[in-house]
Design a protein around this ligand. Structure first.
Ligand code: ZN
Length: 289
């Protein structure tokens, strides 16, 4: 089975490098990514644009828009990306220039969506500050991925990353498709309700756990943890609204594929791992083998 990894990272972020080295035990580089992709038959990855202008600064208020993938000089072949937005730079006199730069980036071939870091930046996703970005997403017919749930930094603020805020956004912008990242974990049931209510709301299954193979297996064997996620999948009762992603480098791809296969009934694997991503990220088709 061919797989699309619809949520991963390829940015020069200190906390990602530390996690790769000490927790998920993987090679956080283009070479390491390609090796893991080949081992699991991942044919395309969608990177989430993010920049840390100062080491350890993520979530960084001073990075300019647009935020991209800067781990290495070149973005490796099997990657396309979503442009990351820093709302702190969408204020005052710099706003016009920042939006101009975002728009130019959105015209690029390999840009397939927009990424909003709710919780990392202290704004609700329906805040006016993001409206010009949604207008651009609409203009270029791009989906918007919303960080949701727990933040991978204790400087985040969880009230802004609660998935319930996406409901208001999805209602306001019916013509944009929104992807709630991480199934909104730990607010899985709230996310399930939002994706089953709103035709334009989807969820990705990335980042539900962090660790190497033994770390993943520890949770896989913990019934309450597995049921916590399965309950949401069963409640939403729509495997066409859920998209596979890893959040690499926070987990090794192969063990995470196994974990998601374990959660999702086999008859839907083709959709979760491939077809649903292709439906939502409409620009990726030409990058697929
Ligand atoms: Zn992520």
């Amino acid at each position: 089975m061919k797989i699309i990894d619809a949520h991963l990272h390829f940015s020069n972020i200190e906390s990602f490098k530390n996690t790769a080295k000490n927790i998920s035990h993987l090679d956080y580089s283009g070479t390491g990514l390609k090796r893991e992709f080949e081992a699991s038959n991942v044919v395309l990855g969608i990177g989430m644009g993010l920049i840390e202008s100062e080491q350890g600064g993520f979530p960084d208020y001073s990075s300019d828009n647009p935020m991209g993938l800067d781990l290495e000089k070149c973005i490796p072949e099997p990657l396309v990306y979503c442009v990351g937005i820093n709302p702190e730079k969408l204020k005052g006199s710099i706003k016009v220039n920042q939006l101009y730069d975002i728009e130019n980036e959105l015209k690029k071939d390999r840009v397939v969506g927009v990424k909003i870091y709710a919780g990392y930046y202290p704004y609700y996703v329906y805040d006016e500050i993001y409206e010009p970005v949604y207008d651009l997403a609409k203009k270029y017919n791009l989906p918007v991925v919303i960080h949701s749930g727990d933040t991978y930094s204790d400087r985040g603020l969880l009230k802004y990353s609660h998935p319930l805020a996406v409901d208001e956004l999805a209602v306001r912008h019916r013509e944009i498709n929104f992807i709630i990242a991480h199934f909104g974990d730990p607010w899985i049931m709230d996310t399930a309700e939002i994706i089953q209510k709103n035709s334009n709301a989807y969820a990705d299954l990335s980042g539900l756990l962090v660790g190497d193979t033994s770390g993943v297996n520890r949770f896989k064997n913990e019934r309450l943890f597995v049921d916590h996620i399965k309950r949401g999948l069963i409640y939403a009762d729509n495997y066409f609204k859920v998209i596979f992603g890893t959040d690499w480098p926070l987990v090794q791809i192969e063990s995470y594929v196994d974990f998601i296969k374990y959660l999702v009934p086999e008859e839907f694997h083709e959709y979760i791992f491939y077809k649903n991503a292709l439906k939502v990220f409409t620009k990726i088709e030409k990058f697929l083998p």
